[in-house]
Design a protein. Sequence first.
Length: 281
Amino acid sequence: MISKGLAYLGPEGTFSHEAAVAWGSARGVKVFLPAENLLQVAQAVLEGRCDAAVLPLENSIEGSVNLTQDLLMEEPSLKIVGEVILDIHHCLVTKEKSLEGITEVWSHPHALAQCRRFLAKYLPKARLCPTSSTAGAFLVAASRKGSSAVGSSFAAKLYGLPVLCRDIEDYPENKTRFIIVSRENIPGQGPYKTSLVLALHENRPGGLYNVLRDFAEAGINLTRIESRPTKKELGEYLFFLDCEGHAENEPLAGVLASLRPRTSLLRVLGSYPAHREGEVR
């Protein structure tokens, strides 16, 4: 049960907020708690002010969110208990009646970059103004003449601002994957996905291959693999892996058991219901 609520990166109207509502509403969550940064999102769970939290993990265009991966490593009591994948569609919202009346466009730098072609074609003379969040841009667009904001239709509805143009992003298949973290397991139905992190005893030819081979021979599909510096020694890396299956069930349980003596670190970050297309898990 999630009685204390679900934390997310605020303010209201961010894509993290939308992900929190999408995942939480399907589970009866009534309370959504905004936080100023990702560290505070995680601390809300660690300090017991909420039961779970939503963290962005990777974007199909921008790549992985390194801070989220660092938090998972630094806070072993955080478990991944779910995921939600959002289609990222940007809108141009404004109180102006036409593009000709817009003199400035506000949004998070990533959102502005993801709509670069549209802005260059239709608003070449408008000033591009970065903000700390897409939601913050909506507050500016609501109060300044000639202003507009780039963000989601979810935020536009929340802030009561008219949408002038929809789906203005350069890449229509843009998606962001969010994970839900908690200190306690939250029941859910499969199919399951497992996230884990590992490190090798030494950097030698074929070391990583000998680890990945076990997954292949067991018929386990790896859905993501990424290396990150250990922050201890140049050339030493951690490997973050996502794979299909539950860590407590075969064949994955057997693979993990065989890898433990052959790795210097092997930590399961969580086994959780995998997102399925068209369904918020």
